[in-house]
Design a binder for this molecule. Structure first.
Ligand code: MTE
Ligand code: MO
Length: 325
């Protein structure tokens, strides 16, 4: 699959803004002139009152269905049954409390082994990247699943732009670390070592199916689904798909992820969907396809790599996936 980064200019070299400036500036993303979507700096307009992404960028996108024949989960379900522990551990906590998080303005810090490091306003970071829609299965390690139409771009389009060094072997991501707006981070019952950290091997990150999403169901991501920028890795358990990303780090060392720290025997670094490797406390052979009810359990068989084996199994050739779970 050929992925083009539609940008001849280099949006990152000249536009690194001191923190004090960008934090006080209102910005928005607007639709470029051409059919390809150009995300450009909205300047000093005071008209931007909604989220950081202009709704018009979501019209007329290419769409590919990677779950053909499977009904998309209703938006209502996908936006109310969530895991986002920064807002609490109940499935309905994120929909209730994630609106307390400020997503505009938003900046992302890029650090480590890359040519382009620094703190970038989100719109500068992704300016010119071509948005598309992709319908992917999402399979939670808790054995439920959904089918979601994401809007975003291949992660590798952004990685290319950040010029990682050849010696960088991993990329790690961190979620926004702002307990004042994330009540789950202030709760004593939390088992997570904040901020939420996830990572990928560089070849996994560069795989064309690995996506960074800015929207779903043809509009901006709801905060509870990880606005304004979240990872989507469709062949891995849902917890790899880190939400509300505010840091990207290139490194040659594998770091521990939040879930590895929370339960190393239960959550491995790879977290590939694998019906043959059970979670220590439950089977992974089947999953509950949401929405479901007691009388309509909607239980289906879980497939290797969440049904994407053909596309991704070569990444793990020769690896023992029972050991590397
Ligand atoms: N920052 C952060 N990202 C996160 C989580 C979280 O608790 N915090 N939960 C993960 C888990 S367990 C799942 S299943 C998916 C759920 O994504 P969704 O709510 O958009 O369906 O988000 C993942 N990303
Ligand atoms: Mo999950």
């Amino acid at each position: 699959m050929l992925i083009k980064v539609k940008s001849n200019s280099d949006p990152l070299s000249s536009e690194i803004t001191p923190e004090s400036v960008y934090l006080n500036r209102r910005r928005f993303l607007s639709l470029g002139a051409s059919a390809s979507v150009s995300l450009s700096l909205g300047g000093m307009s005071s008209l931007s009152t909604a989220g950081p992404i202009d709704p018009s960028v979501f019209s007329g996108l290419n769409s590919t269905n990677y779950a053909p024949g499977e009904a998309a989960t209703p938006f209502e379900t996908a936006s109310t049954y969530n895991n986002f522990y920064e807002f609490g551990t109940s499935k309905d906590d994120p929909a209730r409390y994630a609106n307390e998080m400020t997503v505009d303005p938003w900046s992302v810090k890029v650090e480590g082994m890359a040519g382009k490091t620094g703190v970038f306003p989100l719109e500068d970071l992704i300016k010119g990247l071509v948005l598309e829609e992709r319908v992917y299965r999402l399979r939670c390690v808790e054995a439920w699943s959904m089918v979601i139409p994401w809007v975003g771009f291949p992660l590798r389009d952004l990685i290319t732009r950040l010029e990682p060094q050849g010696s960088a072997k991993y990329v790690f991501f961190e979620t926004l670390n702002r307990p004042s707006e994330m009540r789950g981070m202030r709760s004593f019952s939390s088992t997570i070592d904040w901020p939420y950290v996830e990572g990928l091997r560089m070849d996994e990150a560069l795989h064309p199916m690995t996506m960074l999403a800015v929207g779903m169901y043809g509009k901006e991501l709801p905060n509870q689904n990880g606005a304004p920028l979240r990872l989507v890795v469709p062949w891995k358990y849902g917890f790899k798909s880190i939400k509300s990303i505010s840091k990207i780090r290139f490194t040659d060392k594998r770091e521990k992820t939040s879930w590895e720290k929370a339960g190393p025997s239960e959550y491995g670094f790879y977290s590939n969907v694998n019906p043959k490797v059970d979670h220590p406390r439950w089977s992974q052979k089947t999953e509950r396809r949401l929405p479901n009810t007691l009388f309509s359990p909607n239980r289906i068989e879980t497939r290797m790599f969440n049904g994407y084996a053909e596309e991704v199994e070569s990444l793990y050739a020769g690896m023992d996936l029972k050991k590397n779970f």
